[in-house]
Write a protein that binds this ligand. Structure first.
Ligand code: PLP
Length: 424
């Protein structure tokens, strides 16, 4: 085990990590249900759902079996000029799962790529309608849409991506807490704007906060009035994370384009999709060059599609809305005492998301590591947020244990203020 960790330290680049001062990493041997099994045999509850994708628990037998069967028959084939059953069946299911009218599925290989695809669709749509100058989007302050260039450019402009400004396209931003700021940008820059993109209701990786569904309703009306597209990134908020299947259901409206990913495969393998309305797809296809210009090598990988299909079976069978309502109640109760702690600025809970925002800085890494080991709960606080987004299959004992660990961590004194504002 020490040899493996030594090699990892010497040769592997982990996300948001320095190679000069590599942070400690834990060696995971296997994972089942809500638990990670470490190499020394100890277990940790995955309170982060491995960056919020493990909805049904790790190594779910139904998904694993579907992937195994698919790998034996057809593990990959290019999607240009060829198609296959897993992609067709998954697209059929996605069309059923998503709001009426969203019926053109473009498979992408990660959430970030699905956002790039959505942005390109919006620009190509306006181009096809005879508005070639409409090449920009409006996004929300505090948002996060991924780490690739276009996705970074649509994320909070003062967040962790500022270093890369020189290689990012420039877009416009509005405040999710003040709709008039969005109306103003669209009014003033309307000639350039192809569409509006947001994480509906729940801003995850940058701000860990919720905002009013009313804002989404007003957004829909504004987009209709101005002839611009509404894009919802449900990659984090979708698949019951905040309660309803899609977070935007709270607003009773639907987008023109929607991105899904993460829990789509139940966290078993990477896959995302950008799902567009017939109007968007047909307009793009009627314009020049007569085709939508995107096509990744691993587009609609059959094993990933089989995992997605099996995951959607589970979403259809289980009553996750009820499970998430229970988890919400348990998190509310379990995290409430944090409000009285000296370093706590706010406690927010909605659905299976619980956030404790600290005032100055997170506790020191040594305190974080101690709490993780003592409680057997894997937490990955970032920026000023100690949070949990547990697997949707977490039972009461598991959620209670997570809340205990968060309470202990939130009670620790603030550690040193970090140099950068690190993500996730
Ligand atoms: N959009 C949202 C809302 C996300 O939370 C994330 C990831 O955290 C992404 C996009 C990017 O997804 P991926 O990491 O699969 O590229």
């Amino acid at each position: 085990m020490d040899d493996l960790l030594a090699f990892d330290r010497a040769h592997i680049w982990h996300p948001y990590a320095s190679v000069a001062k590599p942070p400690p990493v834990r060696l995971v041997k296997e994972a089942h249900g809500v638990n990670l099994v470490l190499h020394d045999g100890s277990t940790l509850v995955d309170a982060v759902s491995s960056w919020w994708c493990v909805a049904h628990g790790h190594s779910h037998p139904h998904i694993v079996e579907a992937m195994r069967r698919q790998a034996e028959r057809l593990s990959h084939v290019m999607f240009g000029g060829l198609t296959h059953e897993p992609a067709i069946a998954l697209a059929e299911r996605l069309v059923q799962f998503t709001p009426p009218g969203l019926d053109r599925v473009f498979f992408a290989d990660s959430g970030s790529i699905s956002v790039e695809v959505a942005a390109k669709m919006a620009v190509q749509y306006q181009h096809a309608r005879g508005f070639p100058r409409k090449g920009k989007l409006v996004a929300l302050l505090g948002g996060y849409h991924g780490d690739t260039c276009c996705a970074m450019a649509l994320s909070d402009p003062d967040g962790m991506h500022t270093l890369f400004r020189s290689i990012m396209p420039q877009h416009y931003f509005a405040d999710p807490l003040d709709f008039s700021s969005l109306a103003r940008v669209v009014e003033e820059q309307g000639d350039e704007i192809a569409g509006v993109i947001c994480e509906p209701y729940f801003q995850a990786a940058n701000a860990m906060r919720f905002y009013s569904p009313d804002y989404l309703r007003q957004m829909r009306a504004l987009c209709d009035e101005k002839g611009i597209l509404l894009i919802f990134d449900e990659i984090a908020s979708g698949f019951h994370r905040t309660g309803p299947l899609w977070a935007h259901e709270r607003a009773g409206i639907a987008p023109d384009i929607m991105c899904v990913g993460k829990a789509l495969t139940g966290g078993h393998v990477t896959l995302a999709a950008t799902i567009a309305s017939a109007r968007v797809a047909e307009t793009i296809s009627a314009g020049s060059p007569g085709a939508f210009m995107h096509g990744p090598t691993y587009m609609a990988n059959p094993i990933a599609c089989a995992a997605g299909l099996a995951s959607l079976d589970l979403f259809a069978q289980a009553d996750y809305a009820a499970a998430v309502a229970r988890i919400e109640g348990e998190l509310r109760e379990g995290l409430a005492p944090c409000r009285a702690m000296p370093n706590v600025a706010d406690v927010r809970v909605s659905g299976a998301v619980g956030v404790v925002e600290v005032k100055t800085a997170l506790p020191a890494q040594a305190d974080i590591d101690r709490v993780i080991t003592r409680h057997g709960v894997w937490l990955r606080p970032f920026s000023r947020y100690i949070y949990t987004m547990p697997p949707l299959v977490s039972d009461t004992v598991t959620v209670t244990r997570i809340a205990e660990a968060i309470r202990e961590l939130a009670a620790c004194p603030a550690g040193p203020v970090p140099e950068g504002d690190f993500h996730e």
